[in-house]
Design a protein around this ligand. Structure first.
Ligand code: MBD
Ligand code: FE
Length: 303
């Protein structure tokens, strides 16, 4: 038997099989494997470096932070840019811009009609009301559109990933009224930072990068027959607005905050003094397929 050289080894790894397997998986894995062989050769990766990387991947998976690294290396935004490009090629109007879901969505939040208060741990920040109307491309209100909204608490942490918050704190599902309107009361959220002393922070330190996101609120919006939208809005004035570690900021999605002196009209949200208010209207295009219309967060898709 001839001695294996690198190209012979790679050739075997790419072509060995005892069954057809999955062509798509084989094509992708073979490409990545080939690229990694070339990286190891061209950058002269040493065994200790390779095994440190394998150990890091093991710890990354065990920590549940795979979705943080994908965001930080731009993959989440890459997928959005590619979907935007596909929309542009189709030449159709697409409504409100998409923005990455991120790894912190939890399905099954408590549901409310028209309005709700997100902050159960009350008085932990500046009072904010976000309100808007969901419309279709013709500008018609979408009665009964549903949306999940979620964001970080005053320490920049998300419930369900933070033992100090009740499950579903700052997470709700809202169904718009007959006029397509919704509103919620919450606190003005701060930004987010990747957890310290974690596989993600370790890699970011080695890359000389920060792991901060500007303040934002996530949305998943859907309605029958319309395309489900995953997006987020940013709070204005954040120093990381144009320096998001996940590259997700879009100018059209930065809110404008208004100082409202009186709670008139907002008493049902428990407001009894001045507050901040922002408008976020959502436009949904028609669904091209059932898959388009399905309201699925990532956590639901992989389950
Ligand atoms: C977040 O809150 C987030 O939205 C993303 C995309 C990545 C990490 C934390
Ligand atoms: Fe987030």
């Amino acid at each position: 038997m001839a001695e294996l050289n690198i190209d012979g080894l790679l050739d075997k790894v790419l072509h060995d099989r005892i069954a057809p397997g999955n062509d798509r998986v084989r094509a992708i894995v073979n490409r990545i494997t080939t690229d990694l062989y070339r990286t190891i050769e061209q950058l002269d990766v040493q065994p200790d470096e390779f095994w440190a990387a394998a150990d890091w991947l093991t710890r990354l998976g065990a920590s549940g932070q795979t979705g943080l690294i994908t965001a930080g290396l731009g993959f989440d935004r890459l997928l959005d840019i590619r979907q935007d490009e596909a929309d542009r090629r189709r030449g159709v109007k697409t409504g409100t811009p998409r923005a990455i879901e991120g790894p912190l969505f939890i399905p099954g939040a408590p549901a409310s009609d028209f309005e709700v208060r997100l902050d159960e741990a009350q008085d932990h920040g500046e009072c904010l009301v976000v309100e808007g109307t969901v419309r279709d491309l013709q500008g018609q209100p979408v009665a009964g559109a549903t949306m999940d909204v979620w964001h970080a608490n005053e320490h920049g942490r998300y419930s369900s990933f933070d033992p100090d918050q009740a499950p579903f704190h700052l997470r709700r599902r809202i169904t718009a009224n007959a006029r397509g309107e919704y509103r919620y009361r919450t606190i003005v959220p701060p930004g987010y930072a990747i957890p310290p002393n974690s596989p993600t922070s370790e890699l970011f330190a080695a890359l000389g990068r920060h792991g901060n996101r500007p303040a934002h609120i996530h949305y998943l919006v859907s309605a029958p027959g319309l395309r489900a939208l995953t997006t987020q809005v940013n709070l204005p004035g954040d120093p990381f607005l144009d320096d998001d570690f996940a590259y997700a900021t879009r100018q059209e999605l930065v809110l404008t905050l208004e100082d409202v002196p009186s709670p008139a009209g907002y008493e049902s949200l428990g407001i009894d003094g001045p507050f901040k208010r922002a408008r976020f209207d959502v436009t949904l295009p028609p669904a091209g397929s059932d898959r388009d219309a399905a309201h699925l967060g990532r956590a639901e898709r992989v389950a």
